[in-house]
Design a binder for this molecule. Structure first.
Ligand SMILES: C[S@@+](CC[C@H](N)C(=O)[O-])C[C@H]1O[C@@H](n2cnc3c(N)ncnc32)[C@H](O)[C@@H]1O
Length: 277
């Protein structure tokens, strides 16, 4: 862990993938998932403690602060954690910890209400994932939540390495090797088979509350012109008070999710809301 460097250091790989999607729709679909989380955990009373495991630049800290009083942000890459600290370190309710998801020793048992694990599972070795789930189970309170966001394939597990030249399929042991010994600009990506992932999560002591496939592939999504620059959009507000154009995006997402087989083909990512127990 000491010298772990997330190999996508300047974000070129992710942003080139996102470029093939409509940025506005991309952000709105994630906001839809987060809004469903708020509806499920309840908006009247804030939770006590949330943890953001693999916080990166802390992109989702504001969301976690909206549902909980305290946020503990964790990352294995100290450079990325420092970036998150630059943005959110002045908040008295945000605490930072440089560690991996599998080593949460400073966090007492049954002390956390909500864990956000967003797009980290697909970049870690299998044993790291298992140990991380064990740690989540240990630190969560009874009835605690995990929001598990990841990428998946169409019903077949795949391992890829994403480079500046594009993504190429690799063998599972090459994936494991790259996660343990990162190579600059070669990002290992595991695309889960959702059915297997769900069994694994169950075996590790979590029950599924709901699941949403999101980030609908461009061929299956409507062109909805919401006007203005994508950067001027406030996705959370737009989802809460949807315009006609935003409703088109939500309806498409919900229609696709009504048929799981189709959803697996048509969406890049999946959100699983889990409960300990
Ligand atoms: C794709 S980024 C996701 C960032 C953020 N969660 C988000 O959704 O924007 C993956 C992050 O996970 C971190 N990471 C990778 N392996 C980790 C591990 N074993 N424990 C904790 N963080 C890890 C990386 O350093 C990186 O910041």
């Amino acid at each position: 862990m000491g010298n772990y460097i997330y190999p996508d250091r300047d974000e070129r790989l992710t942003s080139s993938l996102i470029k093939s999607y409509n940025e506005t729709r991309w952000n709105l679909e994630e906001a839809y998932v987060l809004e469903r989380v708020v509806e499920t955990v309840g908006r009247e009373k804030k939770l006590d403690v949330s943890m953001d495991v693999g916080t990166g630049f802390g992109r989702l800290i504001p969301f976690l602060l909206s549902i909980s009083r305290k946020v503990i942000a964790i990352d294995a890459d100290v450079w990325r954690l420092r970036k998150a600290m630059e943005s959110f370190g002045s908040s008295p309710n945000v605490f930072f910890l440089w560690t991996t998801g599998s080593r949460l020793d400073p966090i007492p048992p049954e002390s956390v209400d909500f864990i956000n694990y967003s797009h980290v599972a697909q970049h870690v070795a299998h044993h790291e994932l298992l140990e991380t789930l064990g740690e989540f189970h240990r630190v969560l309170k009874e009835e605690g939540w995990v929001l598990f966001l990841t990428t998946h394939s169409e019903g077949r597990e795949m391992f890829l390495v994403s480079t500046d030249e594009g993504a190429k399929e690799i063998k599972r042991d090459e994936y494991e090797e790259l996660t343990l010994n990162p190579v600059f600009r070669q990002l290992p990506v595991r695309k889960f088979d959702v059915q297997h992932l769900e069994s694994l999560l169950r075996e590790c002591g979590f029950k599924l509350v709901w699941k949403v496939y999101y980030h609908i592939k461009p061929d299956f999504a409507p062109i909805a012109d919401i006007g203005g620059e994508p950067s001027s959009l406030k996705p959370t507000e737009a989802i809460k008070n949807p315009s006609k154009e935003v409703k088109v995006i939500i309806e498409n997402l919900e229609r696709i999710n009504s048929d799981e087989k189709k959803a697996r083909k048509r969406a890049l990512d999946v959100a699983l809301l889990l409960k300990k127990g």
